[in-house]
Design a protein around this ligand. Sequence first.
Ligand code: MN
Length: 314
Amino acid sequence: MSGPLAERDAGTEPEVPVAAPATVEVAESRVAQVGTATVRRALPSRPRRTVGPWCFADHFGPVEPSGGGGLVIGPHPHIGLQTVTWLVAGELLHRDSLGSEQLIRPGQLNLMTAGHGVAHAEESTGSGTLHGAQLWIAQPERTRHGPPAFEHHAALPQAALSGGGTATVLVGALARGVASPARRDTDHVGAELDLPGGAVMVPLDPAFEHALMVLSGVVDVAGTTVPPGRLAYLGTGRHEVALSTVAGPVRALLLGGVPFGEALLMWWNFVARDRQEIDRAYRAWADDDRDRFPPVVSRLARLSTRPPPWRQGA
Ligand code: MN
């Protein structure tokens, strides 16, 4: 998926301190346009730009592609991040500059690692309802200059939640228990929680900060009501969180990780550390540098953008 990130969300000022464990901080997602689709962007936002290494979270749908609400995103570049594509309904076709061509369906994971540079295109297929999320994970210094990669996981491990419901582990492990086979460059977790109704206790790693993004239904998070379109931030230090359905069933993504220690600069589809890195990636894409961003086999037009704001008029 593609930004562009709004400039007001892309700054590098320090975040507000990690919230105390007793607090649930709820932030409204912003409506953003991705190609022809309208999405709810939960991250980055003020005051939270990251939750662990999770630095971008879009929730799209449910929409009917036949009504013009599908996702059609031509080839575009990424650096310094992993993209996580997760569907609740529908199908998306992924193509990338590594030569990958992968259809993804609900319950499956597409995980693309950009490293020094990758390009991809995504489009919805078929006529059914499309509903899902795309998230970015910032890569740490150790791997962010490395080669790109792509993984598809057709099935993922699940854990039963005490009180009822199921957790599907996309990446990492749920409280160091059930673990996903997906690549992980930092200490983080991503899981889908499916709650048919009632109250559950979800085990958490107290070293992680966590947030909950509701995809459908309305859930009570430790006493705070959270509908779709809001991000509930839980801070660090929790060993578990109590969830109960208010209007269900509830489907939500649990995101967490050790607070990311490196200051990020995010612009368009790039996650970097400073403007010079962004400038180089922008120029490489604008100049069609095929060493850095090899071509994507796609009938869709390559996306482009204006130069970074600090370059305009320069
Ligand atoms: Mn993308």
